[in-house]
Design a protein around this ligand. Sequence first.
Ligand SMILES: Nc1nc2c(ncn2[C@@H]2O[C@H](COP(=O)(O)OP(=O)(O)OP(=O)(O)O)[C@@H](O)[C@H]2O)c(=O)[nH]1
Ligand SMILES: [Mg+2]
Length: 495
Amino acid sequence: MTFSSLPQDTQRHITANRRADALMDEDVAWDEFSEDRDGEQFEREERAALRRVAGLSTELEDVTEVEYRQLRLERVVLVGVWTSGTAQDAENSLAELAALAETAGAQVLDGVIQRRDRPDPATYIGSGKAKELRDLVVETAADTVVCDGELSPGQLIHLEDVVKVKVVDRTALILDIFAQHAKSREGKAQVSLAQMQYMLPRLRGWGQSLSRQMGGGGSSGGGGMATRGPGETKIETDRRRIREKMAKMRREIAQMKVGRDVKRQERHRNEVPSVAIAGYTNAGKSSLLNRLTGAGVLVENALFATLDPTVRRAETPGGRAYTLADTVGFVRHLPHHLVEAFRSTMEEVGDADLILHVVDGSHPTPEEQLAAVREVINDVGARDVPEIVVINKADVADEVTLQRLMRAERRAIPVSAHTGLGIDELLALIEDELPHPSVELEALVPYTEGALVSRVHEEGEVLAEEHTGEGTLLKARVHPELGALLEPFVPATRA
Ligand SMILES: Nc1nc2c(ncn2[C@@H]2O[C@H](COP(=O)(O)OP(=O)(O)OP(=O)(O)O)[C@@H](O)[C@H]2O)c(=O)[nH]1
Ligand SMILES: [Mg+2]
């Protein structure tokens, strides 16, 4: 089928998609990496497919969830308010919003930016512009407007009154994506909690707009007085139920956290150093994890493909074991309660011995992404963790940008998770930066204790090794626990 033979709507959709794709470079050599598409890929597809099923699933537990789900986006028009920075900044921000909207499963039909000193307190873009936006909504047959910012409940209501379709903001969009992608029980619970927190003050606005839509054509404005009383009561009931549910959820999350802490402490006790991969969404964190460990983590040209922390074992070229954790991507203006909710992943970063801060070298503004991520890293108290800046996608990045980043960053390395460029150097750099075990010793380990020798290789650093008549002569750095096990084999008269 040729492009021009498509229905006009589809054409427009494709054009809009192309615009949105500009943000995320095309996955040109996808086939080469098709081995990366493991079971998880299908799972994701299945999850995506489920979203398309119309009607309400039986897993919905109460009316508040139903209301939230009815916000599912379909055909959207984007609107941004440009208050500072260059026109290019404003466009980048909207392109990112388009990518977010598509990640949430929406078709982006069009996008507009409004230049203002500050957002209009009543309607976000001002009432005149809101009317123009209404025309655009009618013309494109959009069913949702997505605003590039966090709107007050009042702004949402007022803007909805003018454009007469659902209005959602960036925060709601990100929450929606998180809800679709979270997989672990804890991740799901945290997203639900954040959604409810967001929903609570906005419940009334949403309730109103939904009942207006459900009231059928032409009846807007009618029935308001008559339904207000019972409506208020219902909202009060909903609010109470949401608060109760939130309290229950917080308790559950606290319990799950205990389990996770135990696991982490175990890793600490074994003194396996931990490396956390952090970075802006779509920078290539999961691709890097796959490249470094051969782990089959979902890689996708979509924002927030990863929402649950994945921890993998890895080894330095010298054979030392460490853990490598993939983390959720950061995004500018990450809703604050999501930063809170996602502390589980962030804690992984705060606790790490080393952060691999991945940045997309082919992005128009990698410096901004670095800054945005560092803000969050500081937020979770990981300021003092050593950091290696991994400038990814060097295969498609331009040389000038790479040079600029290399000059600006103290410890940076260009790599390509796709081609493997720079990966060996990165592995060596990781080995250098990992903390060294505290006990240095020499031991003569009898051949009957082969398992102990293996542990030294895996958990410590072997400085020298010699096979003698009596056993393996090792010079190594190990953690105290392993040091104690080796104690009997340390020749007493040495040194
Ligand atoms: N050209 C090029 N593309 C890459 C490279 N690394 C990753 N990509 C692409 O960038 C996109 C995002 O990769 P992911 O590994 O999913 O990124 P992520 O940082 O884990 O993203 P989220 O989990 O969504 O935050 C995918 O389309 C990858 O194929 C690279 O070195 N070169
Ligand atoms: Mg990922």
